[in-house]
Design a protein around this ligand. Structure first.
Ligand SMILES: Nc1nc2c(ncn2[C@@H]2O[C@H](COP(=O)(O)OP(=O)(O)OP(=O)(O)O)[C@@H](O)[C@H]2O)c(=O)[nH]1
Length: 433
C-alpha cells in the first residue's frame, strides 16, 4: 500500500502561516482597540470641555451676579455684615452641590458621569480636604502658575480612569475676607466652619483646584459592540485568507508529490523487472561498473567480488506442462527467494537478466559461502508450494571471483561459461571457475 499523499505533505509552512496570522490578528485588534479607546477619550474630552465651561459660567454667575447682590444687601444693612451662608456665598459649595444633584440624576438614569471634586490643602469645609496625592498636585500648580490644567489616564483600584484637574485662580484681596484672618471673616462663616481651618491664606497662592474623573470602562462599554463586530469581521477575513492559501498550498504540494511519485515509479520501472521486482539488466550494468571501480581502488574494507549466475533447469517444460501463468508464479517466487537471501548478506544484490536467468553480485566472500548460498537457494526453491505445480524445480549455477582490472564483459562471459558447464554436466549443480 502506497502511503497517502496528504500524510507526506509538509504542513509546517501552514502552521507558521497560522501563527503569523494569529500574531497579525492580535496586533490589528490591539491597534483597533487603541483607536476606539482614543476616539472614546476624544469624545469624552469634548464633553468635559463643556462641563468646564458650564462650571466656569456657574462660578462666574455666582461671583459677578449673585455675590454683589448679597454684598449690596449687606451694605444697605438689609442683611447683616456678619451674615454668611455657603448656599448663597460660596461658589465652591454651590458648584459642588449642583454637580452632586447632576451626578445623582445621571446615575439614576444609568448614564455615566464625570465625578466632580474640589480639593484644598486648607479648606473651610472638611469635605474639600485634599488627599496626599491632591496636595502634591496642588503644590505642582502653586510651583508653576503657567500650568493651567492636567489630564491623564490613572488606574484606580485596577480600573482605568480619565482624570482632569485645573487650579482655581490665585487668591486676591477679596478672597481674604473669608480666608484671611478669622477676626475679619463674617461671623456666620465662623459659626458654620469654626476658626481652625481655612484661614491665613496668602494673596497669590492657589488655594484649591477642581477635578473631574471618569471611569473609562463605563465609557468604553458603548464602544464594545462595534469593536467586537470589527474584530469578528477581521477574524473572518483572516480565516478566509488562510483557508484559501492553505487550500492552494495543499493542492500545489499534492501535485508536486504526485509528480515526484510518478517520477519515482518511472525510475523504478526503468530499473526493475516487472514480474519479479528484482533489478534488471540495465541496472546490473550500472551497478557492476561501480562495484568494479571500487574493487580496483582496493580499499581496506573491500577484499573481493563474486558473481553467481543462476538458471532454472528445464523451465520451458514447466511452461509447457503447467502453463505460462504457473511459470510466471514460479519466477516470481524465485525472485522473492533471491531477494530474501541477498538481504541476509552484506553487500549483495540480485538481478534478473531475462527469462529464467538471474545473477547475484556479492562482496567480501569466498567459494565456501557461494556454495552455501547456492544450496540455500536450491532448498528454498525446491520447497516452494505452487498450486498446480507438482514438480521439484532445480537450478544450475555458475560462479566466479572477479579479478583486478577485469572488464565487465569478460567476467559475465566467464560466469556464463561456468553456468554452461553446469548445464553440460547434468544441471542441478554449481560450477565455480
Ligand atoms: N512463464 C514465463 N516464461 C518465460 C519468461 N521468460 C522466458 N520464459 C520462458 O523460459 C523458457 C526458457 O527455455 P530455455 O531457454 O529453452 O531453457 P530451459 O527450458 O530452462 O532449459 P535449460 O535452461 O537448458 O535447462 C522459454 O520457454 C521462455 O518462453 C517469463 O517471463 N515467464
Amino acid at each position: 500500500m502506497k502511503p497517502q499523499l496528504e500524510s507526506n505533505i509538509n504542513k509546517k509552512p501552514l502552521y507558521w502561516l497560522a501563527a503569523l496570522l494569529l500574531m497579525a490578528y492580535t496586533i490589528i485588534v490591539t491597534v483597533v482597540y487603541q483607536q476606539v479607546k482614543n476616539t472614546v477619550i476624544e469624545n469624552k474630552l469634548d464633553e468635559l470641555n463643556q462641563h468646564i465651561l458650564y462650571q466656569k459660567s456657574l462660578r462666574q454667575y455666582i461671583n459677578t451676579q449673585l455675590k454683589p447682590v448679597i454684598y449690596n444687601l449687606q451694605k444697605q444693612q438689609i442683611i447683616s455684615y456678619d451674615y454668611f451662608d455657603p448656599h448663597l456665598l460660596s461658589a465652591t459649595f454651590i458648584a459642588r452641590n449642583i454637580y452632586q444633584n447632576f451626578d445623582e440624576s445621571l446615575d439614576a438614569k444609568n448614564m455615566h458621569s464625570w465625578k466632580y471634586r474640589l480639593a484644598a490643602k486648607n479648606p473651610l469645609n472638611p469635605i474639600n480636604q485634599a488627599t496626599p496625592a491632591e496636595i502634591e498636585l496642588l503644590n505642582k500648580f502653586n510651583n508653576n502658575h503657567n500650568l493651567k490644567s492636567i489630564y491623564q489616564i490613572e488606574t484606580i483600584n485596577g480600573e482605568e480612569t480619565l482624570y482632569y484637574a485645573a487650579p482655581f485662580n490665585p487668591n486676591n484681596a477679596s478672597c481674604l475676607r473669608c480666608h484671611g484672618i478669622p477676626k475679619v471673616a463674617p461671623k456666620g462663616l465662623i459659626e458654620r466652619y469654626g476658626s481652625e481651618t481655612g484661614f491665613y491664606e496668602k494673596i497669590g497662592d492657589i488655594r484649591a483646584f477642581f477635578s473631574y474623573r471618569l471611569k473609562l470602562s463605563e465609557s468604553m462599554a458603548y464602544a464594545h459592540k462595534p469593536f467586537i463586530a470589527i474584530s469578528i469581521i477581521i477574524f473572518a477575513f483572516i480565516m478566509i485568507f488562510y483557508a484559501i492559501t492553505a487550500w492552494a498550498y495543499l493542492v500545489e504540494q499534492k501535485r508536486k508529490l504526485l509528480v515526484a511519485r510518478q517520477q519515482e515509479e518511472l525510475e523504478f520501472v526503468a530499473h526493475h523487472d516487472f514480474l519479479t521486482k528484482l533489478k534488471n539488466r540495465h541496472c546490473l550494468s550500472r551497478d557492476f561498473s561501480a562495484q568494479l571501480t571500487e574493487i580496483n581502488k582496493a580499499t581496506h574494507h573491500y577484499s573481493n567480488l563474486w558473481v553467481i549466475m543462476l538458471d532454472i533447469d528445464f523451465f520451458k517444460a514447466i511452461n509447457d506442462d503447467f502453463g505460462h501463468d504457473i511459470g510466471d508464479i514460479a519466477l516470481k517466487k524465485f525472485g522473492e527467494i533471491l531477494q530474501e537471501e541477498v538481504k541476509n548478506l552484506e553487500h549483495a544484490e540480485a538481478y534478473r537478466l531475462g527469462g529464467e536467468e538471474f545473477l547475484i553480485i556479492i562482496r567480501n566472500t569466498d567459494a565456501k559461502i557461494i556454495n552455501a548460498l547456492y544450496t540455500d537457494i536450491c532448498e528454498s526453491f525446491a520447497n516452494i508450494e505452487i498450486q498446480g505445480l507438482d514438480r521439484t524445480i532445480q537450478l544450475s549455477a555458475g560462479a566466479t571471483e572477479v579479478q583486478l582490472e577485469e572488464h565487465q564483459f569478460d567476467i559475465l562471459k566467464r560466469v556464463d561459461k561456468a553456468l554452461y558447464q553446469a548445464k553440460e554436466q547434468g544441471r542441478n549443480r554449481l560450477i565455480i571457475i
